[in-house]
Design a protein around this ligand. Structure first.
Ligand code: TRP
Ligand code: SF4
Length: 502
């Protein structure tokens, strides 16, 4: 069956385990340890940001800048996310629905998929259960405003192209990687592994016709999948593009030293040996420095000249020939690489991709991602589908939804008196989160007011919860009405609701 050993094995506080029960105790670790970047830094570049962005509920990203760039330049970009139909869709899923819909409204080519293969293999749900939940996810997504005519909906199990792509990507993915990333071991079943390459295919599918910036909005528990998808995307590429200063290959740290010597000596016709002399005199030693000096010495009187280098990774002979043809200006051709002396790095990247696509490759761009915070459960701790009181299902009877809010834990003080005196703790309050993530909608001023009144002691929990409960009842009522209005549309979707199975 499934193995979630990575969560236990991790020595650090944060384990990212897509099938475990990750709670993120410390978001900082995600930045420091996993290299996720801070979303706020990009906020000024987003025109008309979603409230989830404005309120830092979307807190992190990988390479989202290039998606924004495409958005601004009116160039093609895509957004995709997937839903494992293991239970009712709940208010936590609404964040992702909203993120997809927002990107669709910004002009993105938008995809939502039902991860039924993953639910069946990694979670052991029966197909009947999966079909029922799948419908509910799709219906809620439509009810919140996803446009199925503009966007694409599919189920993993029904999508032949995705399966074919998964198979291709599987060739570039090996078991020891899955072991390292997910803690898979000899007991892990093969279908679970297949669901991983299927997710890789989901993530890259928007680029099948044409490479384009793609954002995957997810929770940080999905980051291991993102890292693997980004790696695999690169591995599929025909050519690598690097920088070089002479005929030999060097590590990035060595290149940095050689670059320094070249800059310092630039006015003369710099020879490798002279650059080695300069480094010996002027740089402090480490292994990269020694490596650089050794390589320069070996190259002797060869001139130092910066260039971009195209490495042949997975290209056919024809594709490599086509690339050599396509490089303009002075070039030098070697067995497994070609050096171009009159191109900058970015142009070289573009050319490599173009030649790849023209010669039968995918030319994938590394997919980008954005990460949202997990909502705290209404009972404190994690919001979990398996603890009904901890979350509000989008299908909950509105009165029950209201009752769950009234029964929620709060960041309030022991007594009303204390609360008036010290103020409540909105930052630790699941009810405040309901306002910020959902109930205040686009109204920042309202969310801000709740926060301030609470912190100032002008708001008491009883009244605050009542207000939230009533808003929740309205929200559920409106949403569920909209679902019923759209139910007949389900039949018209391209995605099969109850597929034929063996
Ligand atoms: N693994 C995701 C989950 O557990 C579902 C999923 C499948 C997905 N394919 C995806 C998410 C592609 C984002 C992109 O919910
Ligand atoms: Fe939470 Fe509202 Fe109480 Fe403040 S007043 S702690 S926001 S329930």
């Amino acid at each position: 069956m499934t193995t979630d050993s990575q969560a236990e094995d991790s020595e650090e506080g944060v384990a990212l385990d897509p099938w475990g029960s990750s709670t993120i105790a410390d978001y900082r670790t995600l930045f420091e340890e996993f290299g996720i970047e801070v979303f706020e830094d990009l906020l000024p570049e987003v025109s008309d940001p979603h409230y989830l962005m404005r309120r830092a509920i979307i807190f992190g990203h990988r390479d989202y800048d290039r998606v924004l760039q495409a958005m601004r330049a009116d160039e093609p970009f895509a957004a995709l996310s997937g839903f494992m139909p293991t239970g009712d869709p709940h208010i936590g899923h609404k964040l992702v629905f909203d993120e997809l819909i927002w990107h669709q409204k910004q002009g993105g080519d938008t995809y939502a998929l039902i991860a039924d293969l993953e639910a069946h293999s990694a979670r052991g749900l029966t197909w009947e259960e999966i079909d029922e939940h799948a419908q509910d996810y799709l219906l809620s997504l439509l009810a919140f405003g996803f446009d199925p005519e503009e966007g694409t909906l599919y189920r993993q199990s029904e999508h032949r192209e995705v399966q074919d792509l998964a198979f291709e990507l599987g060739i570039e993915t090996n078991f020891s990687e899955l072991e390292a990333i997910y803690g898979f071991d000899g007991e892990t079943d093969v279908s679970h592994m297949q669901s991983v390459v299927t997710q890789m295919a989901d993530i890259l599918y928007p680029q099948l016709d044409e490479p384009k910036p793609t954002v995957i909005p997810v929770g940080p528990d999905q980051d291991p999948h993102m890292r693997l998808a980004r790696d695999v995307a690169t591995r599929m590429r025909y050519f690598g593009v690097t920088t070089a200063y002479a005929s030999f290959e060097a590590e990035p740290a060595e290149l940095e030293y050689i670059g320094r010597a070249y800059e310092a000596l630039e006015e003369a016709d710099v020879r490798c040996a002279a650059a080695a002399d300069w480094l010996e005199e002027n740089a402090e030693g480490d292994t990269a420095l020694n490596g650089a000096i050794e390589k320069l010495r070996e190259a002797g009187q060869e001139p130092v000249r910066p260039r971009v280098r195209f490495l042949d990774r997975n290209a056919s002979e024809d594709a490599f020939e086509a690339l050599i043809e396509a490089v303009e200006g002075e070039k030098r051709v070697y067995d497994e690489h070609v050096d171009a002396f009159e191109m900058d790095h970015e142009a070289a990247e573009e050319l490599a991709r173009q030649v790849e696509v023209e010669n039968g490759g995918y030319g994938f761009r590394q997919p980008s991602s954005i990460y949202h915070r997990f909502m705290t459960g209404l009972t404190g701790g994690k919001m979990s589908s398996s603890i009904p009181a901890s979350h509000i299902s989008l299908l909950d009877d509105p009165a029950d939804g209201g009752d769950k809010v009234r029964a929620a834990t709060t960041g309030g003080r022991e007594t009303a008196e204390e609360q008036r005196e010290l103020g409540g703790k909105p930052d630790e309050c699941p009810v405040y989160e309901l306002y910020a993530y959902l109930l205040a909608g686009d109204d920042d001023e309202y969310a801000q007011r709740v926060y301030q009144e609470c912190a100032d002691g002008d708001r008491l929990c009883g009244g605050c919860k009542n207000e939230a409960a009533e808003a929740m009842e309205d929200f559920l009522e409106v949403h569920q009405e909209r679902r019923e209005e759209l139910r007949p549309k389900l039949e018209e979707l391209d995605v099969a609701i109850t597929p034929d199975r063996i």
